[in-house]
Design a binder for this molecule. Structure first.
Ligand SMILES: Cc1cc2nc3c(=O)[nH]c(=O)nc-3n(C[C@H](O)[C@H](O)[C@H](O)COP(=O)(O)OP(=O)(O)OC[C@H]3O[C@@H](n4cnc5c(N)ncnc54)[C@H](O)[C@@H]3O)c2cc1C
Length: 436
């Protein structure tokens, strides 16, 4: 997805591009063909609503930028209500054919196993980056900065949390500053609530690892339901331990268990549930997590999961134009940068292609506007996200700067989203004006 879009954009700006694709010579466990733009699982690009949905807005921005992935998706669109679903095989065949037909493009079927020292490169090798290249990246970045699995805890919009039940406090009030002493958001449970929560966890529908994905659970990242299976008290001694915390709403009552949430972005609009990586199915997750006091009406920016996924610690490794800081002739794009999903990956490919081409052509560009969906996403992965706990991210309105004067909370949501999308479209159109 990302490589195809990056190549298309750069080629359209007059740059000669070679796409290096290892398939079909070297296979992955998920891809089935040698086509470019292959969708590995679902055939959906999710919501196409560009006024009320952040993914739909990314569609809009990619269409406005002559995006190949969006054009091919439109051509092979299937009826799917408000979603953009596509007929996957003709879609990938169209992407491949259009790239091969472009006079500035050539496809070379080979695996790349090193990070080259010269030339302009975009590495868009995805969640299943080949092992040899993964090793080369680790040699360059340090082993701990390239992950091979994601372990995503659910992420919740701050304004959907009921603060009449939750409170901000770090365990034992640890920290030098007031901000550090109040870094966590706490949701208390009494014994009955805890027991009901454990029952629900044990009963919930879970997904299995894909074939070829079974590296087992890795250190420190056990799914919460697996912890619960090991004993009903395990969570109370792990991520839900109630120690070092006092509930200001009920200071005399000691909580039986506490669920902690941590800020997930610098804006403070998103919080992740600490230690709550999970393999529960999405429907089960919302039901179970809304049992947590304070989260009864939680809106989820993304749900939890554990997947095979190769991704960089982009906030520390990449600059604001997706260049590897230690080797700026190399850009990364797509899922390997820590975005998640076909659309987000293609979007980051689109940006990388344009930014690389502008650099080669000696065109100075203003920064990608943070108020666009593209800008919100690139800003998140290259700086806005917490580097220490960085996990892949979908585009969502929690990544956007608030629009002044609009009501927070559920009631104002429709107006707020419309304001975000209007502002984003203006910002993106005006940035695209730099290319004409
Ligand atoms: C099992 C699985 C299921 C998924 N399901 C979904 C889903 O349903 N919906 C969704 O939105 N997202 C899904 N994803 C995430 C999905 O992979 C991304 O959304 C999207 O494909 C990422 O785009 P990309 O361009 O970054 O990577 P890819 O589309 O994977 O493209 C990377 C390309 O790089 C090639 N490559 C890798 N290493 C090398 C190398 N060393 N040399 C040369 N070529 C190389 C690969 O063959 C591949 O063609 C899934 C991922 C996995 C692993």
């Amino acid at each position: 997805m990302a490589g195809s879009e990056a190549a298309w954009q750069a080629a359209h700006m007059g740059i000669k591009v070679v796409i290096h694709e290892m398939r079909p010579k070297v296979e992955t466990f998920a891809h089935q063909t040698g086509n470019l733009g292959e969708m590995v699982c679902s055939n959906s690009f999710r919501s196409d609503d560009d006024e009320q949905n952040a993914v739909g807005l990314l569609h809009w921005e990619m269409r406005a930028a002559n995006g190949l992935i969006m054009a091919a998706a439109e051509q092979h669109r299937l009826p799917a209500g408000g979603a953009l679903a596509v007929d996957r095989e003709p879609f990938a065949e169209t992407v491949t054919a259009r790239l091969k037909a472009h006079p500035n493009l050539r496809v070379s079927y080979e695996e790349i196993t090193e990070l080259p020292d010269d030339g302009h490169w975009i590495f868009a090798t995805g969640p299943l980056t080949s092992a040899a290249l993964g090793e080369a990246i680790q040699r360059e970045t340090g082993a701990e900065r390239l992950a091979f699995f994601d372990a995503i805890a659910p992420i919740i919009y701050a304004d959907s949390i009921d603060m009449s039940k939750a409170w901000m406090q770090s365990r034992y009030d640890k920290g030098e500053t007031e901000e550090e002493r109040t870094a966590y958001l706490n949701c208390p449970m009494d014994k009955d609530q805890y027991e009901a929560f454990i029952d629900a966890l044990l009963a919930a529908d879970k997904t299995e690892f894909h074939e070829g994905e079974t590296a087992g659970y890795f250190d420190g990242c056990l799914p919460i339901e697996v912890m619960a299976e090991r004993g009903r008290e395990t969570l109370r001694h792990g991520p839900m331990k109630p120690v070092g915390l006092t509930n200001p709403h009920q200071p005399d009552i000691k909580a039986h268990a506490v669920v902690q949430l941590r800020r997930d972005n610098a804006l403070g609009t998103l919080f992740n549930i600490v230690g709550f990586q999970t393999k529960m199915k999405y429907g089960a997750q919302t039901d179970v997590f809304r049992m947590i006091p304070g989260l009864e009406n939680a809106s989820f920016a993304r749900l939890g999961g554990i997947h095979r996924n190769t991704f960089l610690n982009s906030p520390t490794l990449l600059d604001s134009e997706m260049r590897l800081r230690s080797k700026p002739n190399i850009r990364f794009a797509g899922q390997v940068t820590g975005v998640e999903g076909y659309v987000e990956s293609a979007a980051m490919g689109l940006l990388a292609g344009r930014l690389a081409a502008a650099e080669i052509l000696g065109q100075a560009l203003p920064p990608v506007p943070q108020d666009s969906a593209m800008g919100a996403l690139i800003h998140h992965i290259t700086g806005g996200a917490e580097a220490k706990t960085f996990q892949p991210m979908n585009v969502n309105f929690g990544l956007f700067r608030p629009v002044d004067g609009l009501k927070a909370g559920r009631r104002g949501r429709k107006d707020r989203y419309k304001a975000y999308t209007d502002r984003a479209k203006d910002a993106w159109q005006s940035w695209l004006g730099n290319f004409s």
